[in-house]
Design a protein around this ligand. Structure first.
Ligand code: AMP
Length: 191
């Protein structure tokens, strides 16, 4: 199965993707993780991305698409994958469409986790304290939420028009939300 997980920063995409990876034996592809690895490794691309990420802005479409293409060429993605953090704008949604059409592997479903902004802010505060991610500081989280509303929210409509979108209530325990996601995926698979 090929799945896109949509949702604001801190909506639980990474957490849920980790469970789906195990339960459905899929590759978990997080563009945020790929970028953080490039930053940590100090590659030229990572150096370019670092300041943009710390400012809560989106890294350029070309850079992220390059990383994604490389990742999708790896054999563990063949049985299927969960894309977490991509696409983040309409241009990326179109690029993904073109890429997956080219390799004959279209998406099956797009799952959007709905979480109110107030909960997002609280979750990112906790993550900031636990993981010390520079972009989880309260000011940058506000910036990332604004970028999400402006650039990423329209991506949900893009997929809704194609009949691919399923919305999930992303509030509750990690397990309860995961059960909702799995139930929605199973309903899709048997539809
Ligand atoms: P995430 O871990 O998905 O919240 O991503 C952390 C940061 O990496 C984002 O705030 C962006 O700066 C950058 N990033 C991740 N995915 C993308 C993407 N698809 N397009 C542009 N920037 C991205």
């Amino acid at each position: 199965m090929r799945i896109v997980l949509l949702g604001a920063p801190g909506s639980g995409k990474g957490t849920q993707a980790k469970r789906l990876k195990v339960e459905l034996t899929l590759a978990h592809i997080s563009t945020g993780d790929l970028l953080r690895a490039a930053v940590k490794a100090g590659t030229p691309l990572g150096l370019q991305a670092k300041a943009v990420m710390e400012a809560g802005q989106l890294v350029s479409d070309d850079i992220v698409l390059g990383l994604l293409e490389e990742r999708l060429a790896q054999p563990d993605t063949q049985p299927g994958f969960i894309l977490d953090g991509y696409p983040r704008n309409i241009a990326q949604a179109n690029a993904l469409d073109a890429l997956l059409t080219r390799v004959g592997q279209p998406l099956h479903v797009v799952v959007k986790l709905n979480v109110p902004d107030a909960d997002i802010v609280k979750r990112c505060e906790i993550r900031f304290e636990q993981e010390h991610r520079a972009d989880d500081n309260p000011e940058t989280v506000r910036k990332r939420l604004a970028v999400y509303a402006e650039q990423t929210a329209p991506v949900a409509d893009f997929y809704a028009r194609r009949g691919l979108l399923t919305e999930i209530d992303g509030v509750g325990t990690i397990e309860a939300i995961g059960d909702r996601v799995l139930a929605a995926l199973r309903a899709r698979a048997s539809a």
